[in-house]
Design a protein around this ligand. Structure first.
Ligand SMILES: [Cu+2]
Length: 507
């Protein structure tokens, strides 16, 4: 096969770029699959010599979505999906972001362990319409590797902007992808999101679609096709980069071996038939094709979030074809768990998620308080270098007027956590039952909290001081109050940055 590099990029998205740049060269690339018909995968932008410099313009465009010209999207650089950014630990990620939309915006690097201050992962940055800011994100040498994503995070605009198209994949190379068993495998990165067209043929208005009327897109396409050889093992990184959909994902007749969760290699692998992805969640998995030809379907099996019931939907067609080959396995234990898991606990905190209808409008709370970015109250202060234990509990059912019990995906910025316990919790009687102690196999930055239930995690505040946030990753909930602020402060009292005070509004 004589495929150009461009053809290869279009054919397999990130996978081929990853192989080419990891030094396998043209000889290996020539053995790769030819691709699906629809040539609309995201462009791949890769760091060189320790730096990835990118100009991104957020603007309103008419673009082709799954082969259909579609007005009404907001895009980075006119691309749907947004460009995939690939960096390495130790790199500088320099993004000059121009805001050509009519609303305030900024950038968040979901899951990254970088500074929350300045023009790095600072959600308090405010870029006015017509404005430009130059981000300079310094990724530490010891940063974990895996799948991350980037999207705007300006309070009250996050949901509408991600919905309209402003979310893209961000890959930090290394980690599980660099394991000797994995490094030579063909790879795919799947950015999965919901969306769809409105009655006028334009991209639908935010919140105008139901789960039943939504379309699920993988790298901007509906049910794209990839191929595997019989017996071949591939490395897939999957991420939910949408606003509200939950997914339970399975590949017919196949298993996933999990080697990466939320942008970090797991220290103990596990094998499962299905994986659940609340908004923001990512997994990296090894998949070995069966030893026979035919097409199998990667699919959303369906998920009941409480309010929203997401129906089954096809995600990726996997054609098993060509010469049989031999798959790979990885050891069950890949690394040592982080030493901070055994630290003394400096503080224990309990946060309660709830919601209510007030004057006919839904409100969402942390500890009964509505977040807004005009009055930063009740800021949690944590000490740099310490380990804490947090309990996140969901009392959705408790508040009068709440329309539904809902699950909430809890997400925190800057530092990952390890879940050590889950259980049921009755918010009326405060009785805990069905307590499950968990020996963690991985860290996470996003965890689902069912109603009348809790999760307990440990987290370590390493390396960075500054002000940041935790929130529900159902973006409508986040934008309507289910978010809180924490300050990481060092022994000298240094923490919140001068640009992390109350933002100014000019309406
Ligand atoms: Cu929520």
């Amino acid at each position: 096969m004589a495929l150009s590099r461009r053809d290869l990029l279009l054919a397999t998205g990130v996978g081929v770029g990853g192989l080419a740049a990891s030094g396998l060269g043209a000889g290996s690339a020539a053995a790769l699959i030819s691709g699906p018909a629809a040539p609309k995968d995201a462009p791949v932008l890769r760091s060189r010599n320790g730096r990835l410099r990118v100009n991104l313009t957020a603007g309103t465009e008419s673009v082709s979505v799954n082969g259909v010209p579609t007005p009404g999207l907001q895009t980075f650089n006119g691309r749907f999906p947004a460009p995939t950014l690939i960096v390495r630990p130790g790199d500088r990620l320099q993004i000059r972001l121009t805001n050509d939309t009519a609303a305030l915006t900024n950038l968040h690097f979901h899951g990254m362990h970088v500074s929350p201050k300045g023009l790095q992962d600072n959600v308090f940055v405010q870029i006015d319409p017509g404005g430009t800011r130059a981000y300079d994100v310094r990724i530490p040498e010891d940063h974990s590797s895996g799948l991350f994503w980037y999207h705007p995070h300006f309070h009250t605009e996050t949901g509408p902007q991600v919905w309209a198209g402003l979310s893209g994949l961000l890959i930090v190379e290394g980690g599980a992808a660099a394991l000797p068993q994995v490094a030579g495998l063909r790879r795919h990165a799947f950015g999965i999101r919901e969306g769809g067209l409105g009655p006028d043929g334009a991209w639908a208005e935010y919140t105008s679609l139901t789960p039943e009327t939504s379309t699920l897109y993988v790298n901007g396409r509906v049910n794209p096709r990839i191929s595997m050889r019989p017996g071949e093992t591939q490395f897939w990184q999957l991420g939910n980069i949408g606003v509200a959909a939950y997914y339970e994902i399975g590949l017919d007749g196949h298993e996933f071996t999990v080697v990466e969760e939320d942008g970090a290699m797991v220290w103990r692998t596990w094998t499962t038939d299905t994986l659940v992805f609340p908004p923001g969640k990512r997994y990296g998995v090894l998949v070995t094709a069966r030893h026979r030809h035919g097409t199998v379907q990667l699919r959303q099996l369906g998920y009941d979030q409480g309010k929203d019931v997401w129906p089954e939907f096809p995600l990726v067609r996997v054609a098993i074809e060509g010469e049989p080959t031999t798959g790979v396995t990885v050891p069950r234990d890949l690394a040592d768990p982080p030493s901070w898991l055994g630290d003394d606990i400096a503080h224990r905190r309990v946060l309660t998620l709830s919601q209510a209808i007030v004057d006919g409008a839904p409100e969402f709370y942390v500890d009964g308080r509505l977040f807004d970015n005009l009055t930063f109250q009740d800021v949690i202060q944590v000490e740099l270098g310490t380990t804490e234990e947090w309990i996140i509990r969901n009392s959705t059912s408790l508040y009068a007027g709440a329309p539904h019990d809902e699950q909430h995906p809890f997400h925190i910025h800057v530092n990952d956590f390890a879940v050590v316990e889950t259980g049921d919790w009755d918010p009326v009687t405060d009785v805990v039952s069905n307590r499950q102690r968990i020996v963690p196999r991985s860290t996470a930055d996003t965890v689902n909290v069912p109603w009348n239930a809790y999760v307990r995690f440990r987290t370590h505040f390493a390396d960075y001081v500054g002000r940041s946030v935790f929130h529900c990753h159902l973006l409508f909930h986040e934008d309507h109050g289910m978010m809180g602020i924490f300050d990481i402060v060092n022994a000298k009292g240094e923490g919140v940055g001068p640009d992390q005070r109350l933002p100014t509004h000019h309406h």
